[in-house]
Design a protein around this ligand. Structure first.
Ligand SMILES: Nc1ncnc2c1ncn2[C@@H]1O[C@H](COP(=O)(O)OP(=O)(O)OP(=O)(O)O)[C@@H](O)[C@H]1O
Ligand SMILES: [Mg+2]
Length: 150
């Protein structure tokens, strides 16, 4: 099963993040894939904001994972685009089980570390502000979540 959405402006991508946030649960994993500059960080910022996190969300380029505890639930923001031998030692499973929400940009780079149950969102640039979003739930919890908000 997959859901296809078109986002015509940044605000619509943020709204999607807000809708998904409203159904959050501990150990939720959201995997973001797709083109450079397609809106993965925009989505993450929207989600963080909806959680009530007031810190500025910047892409965790050097440390791979950034942890935010200021919201309703912890947020673990990962950007694994520049993952290397050293940082692949990160215990991703630990993050996926410490009762927060994990959002992973460029999740394909750590495909073998991803949990079976997860939500995947693929972003594709169609035009200046137009993005195609393909949302795929893996597992019952995520299927129910998609039914509830999409
Ligand atoms: N419909 C849209 N949804 C999301 N972002 C949009 C949209 N239209 C335009 N934008 C713009 O596209 C850019 C998306 O940048 P963003 O940093 O979120 O991309 P990214 O996918 O995280 O890139 P990277 O792979 O480099 O991390 C922003 O400048 C945003 O304003
Ligand atoms: Mg980004």
């Amino acid at each position: 099963m997959e859901y296809k959405l078109t986002s015509f402006e940044e605000k619509e991508t943020i709204e999607l993040a807000e809708n998904l946030e409203s159904e959050k649960f501990p150990n939720m994993v959201i995997c973001l894939k797709g083109d450079l500059g397609s809106g993965k960080t925009v989505f993450t910022k929207g989600f963080a904001n909806a959680l009530g996190i007031t810190d500025v969300i910047t892409s965790p380029t050097f440390n791979i994972v950034k942890e935010y505890y200021g919201g309703e639930m912890p947020l673990f923001h990962m950007d694994v685009y520049r993952i290397d031998e050293a940082s692949v030692q990160i215990d991703f499973d630990e993050y996926f089980s410490k009762k927060g929400v994990s959002i992973i940009e460029w999740s394909d780079m750590i495909a073998e570390h991803l949990p079976k149950q997860r939500l995947e969102i693929s972003f594709k640039i169609i035009g200046e502000d137009k993005r195609m979003l393909i949302i795929k739930p893996f597992g019952k919890k995520y299927e129910d979540l998609c039914e509830a908000v999409l």
